[in-house]
Design a protein around this ligand. Structure first.
Ligand code: CP3
Length: 372
C-alpha cells in the first residue's frame, strides 16, 4: 500500500507548528484547533448572525474574515479555518440551495438523472472567489508571527496556520442528489449502483470544480486544505472503494500538487481508515468513536492524524474533560504528525470556556518531540 509523500513544493509556512505537524515534522508542542470553531456556540458569531444570513456571511469577505479571526483569537488556537460552507460550489454548478432553520441545507431541485448531471456546469469557479478574498484578509491579519511560547519554540515565532476547505465528492454529491441531509442515502446510492455513468460523470465534475476552488484558496494564502467527507461513514468499504476512492484520491492528488498538505476527514469511519490512507492525504481526521491509537494504527505510520475528542465531552466537568485531553495526548505518544482537534464539530450550546480550557490544556500537556 502506498504511503503519503511530501508535497511536490514544500509548504511556505514551515514556521507554523500546525503546518509542520501536517507534514509530520518536529514541533515544539502539539498544535490545536477545533472543527466548527466559529459557530453558533460563540456569542460573537451569534451577534453577527443576528444581522446576516449564513450565506451573506460566507459571501461577504470582510464579515467572513472577521468571524474567522475572532474565533481563532478568542480560543487561542494554532490554525484558523476560513468561514465558508461545504455547499457553496453548488451555486456555480447550477444548483440553488438554502439553509432552512431546523432542517439544514435544502437543494431546490435535487440531481437524480444523467441529463441533470450533464447539465451541471464546471466553468464558473470564479463565482466562488469571495472565499479567496476572505482568505487574503485573514492571511494579512495573521501575517505577523506570534511570539515564541518558550525556549524550545521557533525563535522567529509561530505563524498561525490558515485552513481552506472543500467537500469530498461523496459528501457533496450526497447533498446534490438527496437534496439535503439524509439518513439512508437511497438516491445517492441508487445513482452509484446505476450503470448509466451518471455517478462517474458527477464525481468527475465535482473534482474539476473543487480543484479550481481549492486552487483559489491556496493562491489566496491557505496553508492547508481540509477535505470534508463528513458522511463517508454511510458507505460500506466495498462501495467506498468502488465508487469514491478514485475521485477522492484524484482530488487529494491535485490539491497536494499545489504545494499544500491535505487533511481528509470523515465521521463514523473506523472501518474505512485503512482505505482512507490510500488517498495519500497527509493527515487523516479521526472521528471520536475510535481510540486515537487504534485509528493511527489503521491509517499507518506514514500518515498524520487529527483528532479526536468527543465534542460532547465539552459539556463534562473540568476534571473529566482535562483527563480526556491528556488521554488523547498520551495515545498520540510523542509521534510527529498529531494535530489535536475534536472528533466532529462543536455543537450549539457548548460552553466557550470549555473550548478555551481544552486549547490551554493541549498547550500545557502537548508533548515536545524535539527542538525545531
Ligand atoms: O469554524 C467553522 O468550522 C465554520 C465554517 C464551516 C461552516 N460549515 C459554517 C456553518 C465549515 C467548515 C462548514 C463545513 C460543513 N458544512 C460541513 C462539513 C463539516 C461537518 O460538520 O462535518 C457540512 C456537512 C456542511 C453543510 C452544513 N452547513 C450543514 C449540514 C449545516 C446545518 C447544520 C445545523 O446544525 O443546522 C450547515 C450550516 C452551517 N455552516 C453553520 C455554520 C456555522 C450553522 C448554521 C448557522 O449559522 O445558521
Amino acid at each position: 500500500m502506498s504511503q503519503a509523500s511530501t508535497p511536490s513544493v514544500i509548504a511556505t509556512s514551515a514556521s507554523s507548528r500546525f503546518v509542520r505537524a501536517c507534514l509530520r515534522q518536529p514541533v515544539d508542542r502539539t498544535p490545536v484547533w477545533f472543527l466548527r470553531q466559529a459557530g453558533r456556540y460563540m456569542p460573537e458569531y451569534m451577534a453577527v448572525r443576528r444581522h446576516h444570513s449564513l450565506l451573506d456571511i460566507c459571501r461577504t469577505p470582510d464579515i467572513a474574515a472577521e468571524v474567522t479571526i475572532t474565533a481563532a483569537e478568542r480560543l487561542g488556537v494554532d490554525a484558523a479555518i476560513i468561514f465558508a460552507d461545504l455547499l457553496l460550489p453548488l451555486t456555480p454548478m447550477g444548483l440553488d440551495f438554502d439553509f432552512v432553520a431546523g432542517e439544514g441545507p435544502v437543494v431546490n431541485t435535487p440531481v437524480r438523472t444523467l441529463e441533470q448531471v450533464q447539465a451541471l456546469r464546471t466553468d464558473r469557479a470564479e463565482d466562488l472567489t469571495y472565499v479567496a478574498r476572505a482568505i487574503e484578509k485573514v492571511a494579512a491579519h495573521f501575517s505577523a508571527p506570534r511570539p515564541p511560547e518558550g525556549p524550545l519554540s521557533d525563535p522567529t515565532g509561530d505563524q498561525l496556520g490558515i485552513i481552506g476547505f472543500c467537500g469530498a465528492p461523496f459528501t457533496l454529491a450526497s447533498y446534490m442528489i438527496e437534496g439535503g441531509s439524509s439518513r439512508n442515502y437511497i438516491h445517492a446510492k441508487q445513482m452509484m449502483y446505476a450503470t448509466d455513468g451518471a455517478w462517474q460523470l458527477l464525481t468527475e465534475k465535482l473534482v474539476t470544480m473543487l480543484t479550481a476552488f481549492a486552487q483559489q484558496q491556496v493562491d489566496a494564502g491557505a496553508d492547508v486544505i481540509q477535505v470534508f467527507d463528513s458522511w463517508a461513514g454511510a458507505l460500506s468499504v466495498d462501495d467506498y472503494r468502488q465508487y469514491c476512492l478514485a475521485p477522492t484520491t484524484e482530488l487529494v492528488r491535485r490539491i497536494r500538487a499545489m504545494g499544500v498538505p491535505v487533511i481528509y476527514f470523515g465521521v463514523d469511519t473506523a472501518s474505512l481508515l485503512p482505505t482512507f490512507r490510500e488517498t495519500e492525504a497527509d493527515v487523516i481526521g479521526l472521528d471520536w468513536r475510535i481510540p486515537l491509537e487504534e485509528g493511527w494504527r489503521a491509517v499507518g505510520p506514514g500518515t498524520g492524524v487529527q483528532g479526536n475528542l468527543d465534542p460532547i465531552t465539552l459539556f463534562a466537568p473540568e476534571d473529566v474533560l482535562e483527563a480526556r485531553v491528556k488521554e488523547i495526548l498520551r495515545q498520540a505518544n510523542n509521534r510527529p504528525g498529531h494535530i489535536f482537534n475534536l472528533g466532529h464539530g462543536i455543537v450549539p450550546e457548548t460552553p466557550v470556556q470549555a473550548v478555551i480550557n481544552v486549547a490551554n490544556w493541549v498547550k500545557q500537556h502537548g508533548t515536545i518531540y524535539t527542538t525545531p
